[in-house]
Design a protein around this ligand. Structure first.
Ligand SMILES: Cc1cc2nc3c(=O)[nH]c(=O)nc-3n(C[C@H](O)[C@H](O)[C@H](O)COP(=O)(O)OP(=O)(O)OC[C@H]3O[C@@H](n4cnc5c(N)ncnc54)[C@H](O)[C@@H]3O)c2cc1C
Ligand SMILES: *[C@@H]1O[C@H](CO)[C@@H](O)[C@H](O)[C@H]1NC(C)=O
Length: 504
């Protein structure tokens, strides 16, 4: 059984690895080392500087609305208080007290409002359920959510500014939209938040081995005693072996590359992210999209079932799930699309005869620097309609951001069966874990110590079941969203509507 004196190796320094390390170290664990192949001590989680993990990003949605998933709703409400205390700790610091990459002016959570939009006059079912759940379980927070005409009047009494924010995306469906704004929600500044969390880990005594080759896991070291397998450490790409009592694999979308048994537990799928850099001389737009004037929004249109029609190129552009963020300090607008997430099947690096979906990014050995046309065409249509003032700039950059989808979008945080409690999996973010960076580790620690809590049944080890929906995990390489079958946007064709950069 793991104890504060155990030697603990964590592979992966994203949200799951950082939060776990922080809560273990603060809980008295004395010997924790985090390995990551990315040199976060030099690149500060900057996604334009060699980092391709999901946590290395400019911003992420912070929301508390979780439909009927009350355990996540409650966790988000708790996380919010810690985010705000982190903001305060940074504001109260002097520049010299903060790690490189952070200044006292930086905020990690901006309460710019989080706006949930859908098409048509009637409140979207998921939104209605979210409001309802909040009303029943956290009424104080429901008072800060606004979703109909009556609510709009309440909102005006708080500030006309919020009413403006509530109408900022009206054009995306010619005004025929519904939805609600949560003025307790907002965005986290993801890269800076990870820098701060890593700093707190270091202060709590966590060691880091970062960068290639020394921080990159090559293989797990597995000992075989009387058919009883046990992980006793990891081998890194510099040829060194590191031994420990427990190895926690928090490798995000690369997790199944490290733990082959997890290939039916989590799957790497690509979301499409597009950027528009607003020139400095357009201060009017810097102002319009500033978090003080513009909320983060997410838009649902149509029915997900339609996105499974094959071939997608023939179906109507109607299905949409995606959104947009306020402008960053550097003048960057980010838009995401997750109405369809793509897979990329490759041979497993260690397990013979196994093909798994493997992330491919700008920074991979076999790099990709464009995005699937499927999502891009839909984004062009929605963004050009909602924000015609942006058409003249076109898209200035793009990214494939890889999700780690579990069969049911719940995280996977448990011992991997068959290794005598020496191997622990900590992943399955499924597109919604960033907001929990300050608090996730509290519950990871419970699972490690086998202290049962409300997440124990939800996060337990599980694999895709035959004949079940499985969140796409059982589609496999023959499935229609595999990248080899998908038309990618054309980088060389800037003036055509299939071009990557054109926004029309
Ligand atoms: C497009 C997109 C949008 C999202 N939007 C939101 C949002 O708005 N709100 C929200 O709350 N959540 C959001 N999420 C989810 C959130 O970003 C993730 O759940 C979370 O960041 C996952 O963290 P992680 O630690 O599992 O993975 P990662 O951040 O990917 O960390 C894994 C780490 O493992 C390292 N690694 C991998 N293999 C090895 C190896 N062999 N050796 C050493 N190191 C290795 C990688 O370098 C990486 O740093 C989004 C995710 C995506 C993809
Ligand atoms: C941590 O564990 C490693 C590996 O077992 C060991 O070499 C090291 O001395 C330990 N450090 C402390 C402070 O206990």
């Amino acid at each position: 059984m793991v104890s504060p004196d155990s030697t603990i190796i964590i592979v992966g320094g994203g949200v799951f690895g950082l939060s776990t390390a922080l809560w273990l170290a603060r809980g008295g664990y004395k010997n924790i080392t985090v390995f990551d192949r990315c040199a976060f001590d030099k690149n500060y989680y900057n996604p334009s500087n060699g980092c391709d993990g999901a946590s290395a990003d400019i911003n992420k949605v912070f929301r508390m609305a979780y439909g009927e998933k009350l355990e996540y709703q409650a966790l988000a409400i708790e996380a919010r208080d810690i985010w705000l205390s982190w903001n305060k700790a940074i504001a109260d610091s002097t520049a010299g007290d903060l790690p490189a990459g952070l200044t006292p002016e930086d905020k990690l959570l901006y309460i710019c409002g989080s706006y949930f939009v859908a098409e048509g006059p009637k409140l979207n079912d998921f939104y209605a359920k979210s409001l309802d759940a909040m009303e029943r379980t956290a009424p104080e927070y429901r008072k800060m959510q606004f979703g109909d005409k009556e609510d709009e009047e309440r909102l005006r009494n708080i500030s006309p500014k919020w009413v403006e924010k509530y109408h900022v995306v009206d054009k995306i469906n010619d005004g025929d939209i519904n939805g609600f704004i949560d003025i307790n929600g907002g965005i986290t500044i993801a890269d800076k938040a990870c820098v701060f969390a890593r700093f707190l880990c270091v202060k709590a005594g966590v060691k880091f081995v970062l960068g290639e080759p020394q921080g990159q896991l090559e293989t797990l070291i597995i000992e075989n005693h009387d058919l009883q397998k046990k992980v006793i450490g990891i081998k890194t790409s510099d040829g060194r072996s590191h031994f420990g009592d427990l190895v926690i694999v928090a490798c995000g979308c690369w997790t199944a590359s490290v733990i082959p048994e997890a290939h039916r537990t989590v799957e790497a799928t690509a979301g499409t992210v597009m950027f528009i850099d607003i020139p400095k001389n357009r201060q009017d737009l810097w102002k319009r999209f500033h978090p003080d004037n513009y909320p983060v929004w997410s838009y649902r249109r149509g029915d997900g079932a339609e996105s499974n029609l094959w071939p997608f190129s023939d179906n109507h552009l109607s299905y949409y799930q995606g959104g947009g963020f306020p402008i960053s300090k550097e003048g960057r607008l980010k838009f995401g699309f997750r109405g369809r997430k793509f897979t990329n099947f490759q041979s497993h690096p260690t397990e013979p005869n196994l093909r798994i979906s493997t992330p491919r990014t700008k920074y991979s050995k076999d790099p990709v620097n464009t995005v699937p046309l499927y999502g891009l065409e839909r984004m062009k249509e929605v963004i050009a309609k909602g924000f015609p003032e942006l058409i003249e700039f076109g898209f200035t950059d793009s990214r494939l951001c890889w999700y780690t989808d579990s069969v049911d979008n719940d995280y996977v945080i448990d011992y991997v069966p068959g290794y005598s409690d020496s191997l622990f999996i900590c992943t399955g973010g499924s597109g919604h874990a960033f907001k929990f960076l300050p608090i996730l580790g509290r519950h990871v620690k419970n699972q490690l110590e086998r202290i049962s809590d409300k997440f124990t049944p939800v996060w337990k080890w599980r694999v895709a079941e035959e004949g079940k929906e499985n969140n796409g995990l059982s589609e496999g390489e023959r499935g229609p969203r595999e990248m080899s079958k998908i038309e990618m946007a054309d980088r060389e064709c800037p003036s055509s509507s299939i071009g990557l950069n054109q926004l029309y």
